[in-house]
Design a binder for this molecule. Structure first.
Ligand SMILES: [Zn+2]
Length: 167
């Protein structure tokens, strides 16, 4: 039996390693330290193999396509699995609906803010621009010119807010 003590990487206490695995053992024999050590090793492995989850999902999906009846029979035989899965999917769908609703509300608010800014910009332009605008009739133009000659701003009295909302 090895007499050398090692220091546990989880709790930091000294321990006597198992003589069969002394070379690779990293954690003391406490159950919680062992579990934590395994968890860290798995996490580090997944970090070094980032495509593992994706390729595994593809494999599982391909397998399910090749054996379409497997889950149907499994569900029929395992009622508690069906109930658990029903609850899990229900929670998942509810969360998805909540997120969708939140997104819709914030989009609508964005639209309102955009409209208010646009309205303000139009009102400012209307108040400031004395000349003819695109869409003015010949008559409007003549009136504008006459009023300019008289030293009046033709738009000042006609300032109004747009009737239509922007698209
Ligand atoms: Zn430990």
């Amino acid at each position: 039996m090895s007499k050398k003590l090692k220091r546990c990487v989880v709790c930091g206490r000294r321990y006597r390693p198992d003589p069969r695995t002394a070379r690779t053992q990293k954690a003391c024999p406490r159950r919680s330290c062992r579990a934590e050590c395994v968890r860290r090793k798995n996490a580090s492995w997944l970090k070094r193999h980032p495509l593992y989850g994706k390729s595994r999902r593809l494999k599982i999906r391909a397998w399910a396509k090749a054996y379409p009846d497997y889950w149907r029979f499994y569900r029929a035989a395992h009622l508690e699995y069906r109930i658990r899965e029903m609850r899990r999917m229900s929670t998942k769908r509810r969360e998805a609906r909540r997120v969708a609703k939140q997104t819709a509300i914030s989009r609508r608010l964005d639209g309102v803010v955009e409209y208010l800014l646009w309205r303000e910009a139009v009102a400012k332009q209307t108040a400031m621009a004395p000349g003819p605008r695109a869409g003015d009739t010949k008559e409007d133009e003549n009136r504008s010119r006459k009023q300019r000659q008289l030293g009046k701003n033709p738009r000042a009295s006609r300032r109004r807010l747009p009737k239509e909302l922007p698209p």
